[in-house]
Design a binder for this molecule. Structure first.
Ligand code: 3HC
Ligand code: NAI
Length: 692
């Protein structure tokens, strides 16, 4: 074995040279890896004893792509296209031996090899769109030549990798290797290629799979149309479609040149920067400085849930899905039956859509036990409370739990706003108490805010973070404050949206502006969905807010067919003249002189106070990093990924610009817009939240 460089070895096994990359964690194509491949291939070609070359990786995976952390830095060393040319033009067959994930530039490297073998557990894909990119090293030109235009479109535009077996059927790989003898199998395969005098197959030279789509612009147009809604706001996917269409219609080299051009333009775009930021932020979020990875954790093999309402049921489903038994406790048989019924119906509906079998439904329901007595929770490792949102009720529940539940168990609250420290103080084990704030619908939304109380122990935090991952959530550690990170910032937007409507905008104006920005829906459409009567009662209603007025008119949201909007039988929303009049009357009663409000003002008034509140959250240490706040908003509220989250968006606008607008609003509208000290500092120092 010869070391080529710090990350590459060359071994000569008889007449086969094996180039092995070893660059943990994922063998990303950093400068050293590119160099290593290039030199390894050159040395193997120069060695007269070698008749074929295997490219393989050590560690957990084949090359998982370009090194994303190198993007945005000046290019250094040999480029990937140069490495690829050396492989593709090699005068001896090069065989890629794939395990783990061959993604992006990794799959592109495999596609310039003359043959590909993979173990059954391997996955291959081109996930570049998820980073706001298109494949930039031939992926859009070579993949269609192997799998056809339609399959390539699907793989490149969704970015979802496929398994080795599917890859074999689609034509991406040539052969499956036994799971645990990839190296030996690849060497044997290489010898077969030599013995059978198989050609130095170059994917670029094939056109049999793309010919059927040549000149068929309707195919691509239909694809664009069918996906326009799904990828609203994203730039890269349309470029990807264009690149595949080029692959089908243009000579290979021209298609390559256009791919590279689009790739480079996208790489430097705001969207790609934002999506890279999100990629790293979602990984960094798991790193808690004073709770290192080796912090002991608590074994969680059974979970208790208190309250089988909207949240309790959804929370339970997460654990059932992960195979963890759940005991759910309610106050009355009726409420329990209703809660269990909702869970079953949810699963059955998933099964009807073909996404689960009837046996899966029964397996999950078999892990679920209903009870009316807290004693049923005595042996649970973790208990999550999801009862009514009042401090007295929460305290009562935690007091009872503390008396019953085994020592060492974790006691969690799903409270949206209440003080975890106050709840913990009622128990004799405040170190075991933590907030686990799920988002509705709790079985769907990916976000889990993990609320760290003053006394919450490190093992409890470590356990909560691990558990989030186990149930497929993104766990974000937050501190105790009203509304924690997500709802605290949301309140800023809600307040301004309501004020804007009284000052001169209409609900549909505000919703349109925020929807166009990329949010799934605006605040008023969201209120209609949730129901305007949350916390409302006819007895106490005094026509003192617009919401009260609408509820009194029996416009209580989608469920009553009317709220801020009118709804038709298909639940399509239409602006309502009745609401318009109600707004004008209410504004007049309040003595407000309405004025024309621009879309620009709507956007800034709704979003900048959120960024400002995020700055306060950072100042107070209620979130560890700006990227954590972005992770909350992307996973909990559907904030558009391609803007990177509210704080990254603030960086894009620039602290000085956000500050100037806040000061202007403060002068016109008062203290709601008082700038955070941190925002002032960043503006003065010309820094970004990302620099903190
Ligand atoms: N570049 C740099 N670092 C990377 C990386 C990459 N392509 N892929 C992963 N990493 C890092 C992660 O940041 C993480 O670092 P950390 O431990 O310091 O937080 C570490 O590798 C492990 O990553 P994960 O925690 O994500 O590990 P998993 O085992 O859960 O997942 C994976 C592994 C499936 C490979 C996943 O990391 C992944 O999807 N990576 C991105 C793959 C990708 O997008 N490739 C395309 C890149 S763009 C490209 O290739 C352009 C080309 O067309 C020219
Ligand atoms: P819900 O009213 O739908 O359900 C609460 C359930 O708890 C009811 O079924 C009730 O019978 C039961 N319950 C009340 N006291 C109990 C007790 N002492 N013992 C056993 N069961 C009891 O309320 P929802 O919406 O599920 O909210 C629960 C908690 O989750 C609240 O703290 C809320 O703030 C929080 N939350 C709610 C979200 C939402 O969108 N609904 C989102 C995130 C958190």
């Amino acid at each position: 074995m010869t070391a080529i460089n710090a990350v590459t070895d060359l071994t000569i096994d008889g007449d086969v040279a094996v180039v092995t990359l070893n660059h943990p964690p994922v063998n990303a194509l950093s400068q050293a890896v590119r160099d290593g491949i290039h030199q390894g291939i050159a040395q193997a070609l120069a060695n007269p004893a070698v008749s074929a070359i295997v490219l393989i990786c050590a560690g957990r995976t084949f090359i998982a792509g370009a090194d994303i952390s190198e993007f945005g830095k000046p290019p250094a060393g040999i480029t990937l296209p140069e490495v690829h040319a050396a492989i593709e033009n090699a005068t001896k067959p090069v065989i890629a031996a794939i395990h783990g994930t061959a993604l992006g530039g990794g799959l592109e490297t495999a596609l310039v090899c003359h043959y590909r073998v993979a173990v059954p557990s391997a996955k291959v894909g081109l996930p570049e769109v998820k980073l706001g990119l298109i494949p930039g090293a031939g992926g859009t030109q070579r993949l269609p030549r192997l799998v056809g235009a339609e399959k390539a479109l699907d793989m490149i535009v969704t970015g979802v990798p496929i398994g080795a077996k599917a890859a074999l059927e689609a034509g991406v790989i040539d052969e499956l290797a036994p799971e645990h003898s990839l190296r030996g199998h690849a060497i044997a395969f290489a010898r077969r290629v030599v013995a059978e005098k198989r050609p130095l197959a170059k994917v670029r030279d094939r056109d049999d799979r793309i010919l059927p789509a040549r000149g068929n612009s309707a195919l691509f147009e239909a694809f664009r149309k069918a996906n326009a809604k799904k990828y609203r706001g994203f730039e890269a996917w349309l470029k990807a479609v264009q690149a595949v269409e080029n692959a089908v219609n243009l000579p290979f080299d021209e298609g390559m040149a256009r791919e590279r051009e689009m790739f480079l333009a996208l790489r430097d775009s705001t969207q790609a920067k934002a999506q890279r930021h999100v990629f790293f932020a979602e990984r960094e979020v798991a790193k808690i400085p004073d709770v290192p990875a080796d912090t002991p954790s608590i074994v969680v093999n059974s979970v208790g849930v208190i309250g089988a309402g909207t949240m309790g049921g959804g929370i339970a489903m997460n654990f059932l899905n992960a195979g963890i038994p759940v005991t759910i406790v309610e106050m009355k048989q009726e409420a329990l039956d209703r809660g269990l019924g909702v869970i079953r119906r949810n699963y059955e509906s998933t099964a009807r859509k073909g996404r689960m079998t009837a046996a899966d439904v029964e397996k999950r329901m078999g892990l679920l036990t209903g009870a009316l007595d807290f004693n049923a929770l005595a042996n649970c490792d973790l208990i999550i409370e999801a009862v009514f949102e009042t401090m007295e009720v929460k305290k009562d529940v935690f007091g009872k739990l503390d008396a019953i539940v085994k020592p060492g168990a974790i006691l969690a609250s799903n409270t949206s706003y209440l003080n975890i420290d106050e709840i913990a103080a009622i128990t004799r084990r405040p170190q075991q108490v933590v907030g686990l704030h799920f988002f509705s619908p709790a079985n769907v939304m990916k976000l889990l805010e993990i609320v760290r109380g003053e006394k919450t122990s490190k093992p409890v935090i470590a356990t909560a973070m691990q558990l989030a991952r186990r149930i497929g959530k993104v766990g974000v550690l937050v501190g105790v404050c009203y509304g924690f990170v997500g709802n605290r910032m949301l309140a800023q937007r809600q307040r301004e949206a309501t004020k804007l409507v009284l000052e001169g905008a209409m609900p549909w104006d505000v919703d349109r502006v925020l929807h166009d920005f990329g949010l799934p829906m605006g605040p008023f459409a969201m209120s209609d969905l949730a129901g305007l009567d949350l916390g409302w009662s006819r007895e106490t209603s005094k026509s003192s807010t617009l919401k009260e007025i609408l509820c009194e008119m029996d416009r209580r949201g989608q469920k009553t067919g009317a709220g801020f909007y009118d709804y038709d039988e298909n639940r399509a929303a239409k602006p309502s003249p009745v609401v318009e009049k109600a707004i004008l009357d209410f504004a007049a009663k309040q003595g407000i002189t309405r004025r024309a409000i621009t879309d620009d003002e709507i956007l800034k008034r709704c979003l900048y106070p959120m960024i400002n509140e995020g700055a306060k959250i950072l100042e107070e240490g209620k979130a560890l990093r700006a990227g954590d706040i972005d992770t909350v908003w992307i996973n909990g509220y559907g904030w558009p990924v391609y803007t990177g989250g509210p704080m990254f968006y603030g960086d894009t606008v620039g602290a000085a610009n956000v500050l100037a607008a806040m000061k202007d609003f403060e002068a016109r509208f008062g203290a709601d817009f008082k700038p955070a000290a941190l925002l002032e500092r960043l503006a003065a120092e010309n820094k970004r939240f990302a620099d903190l």
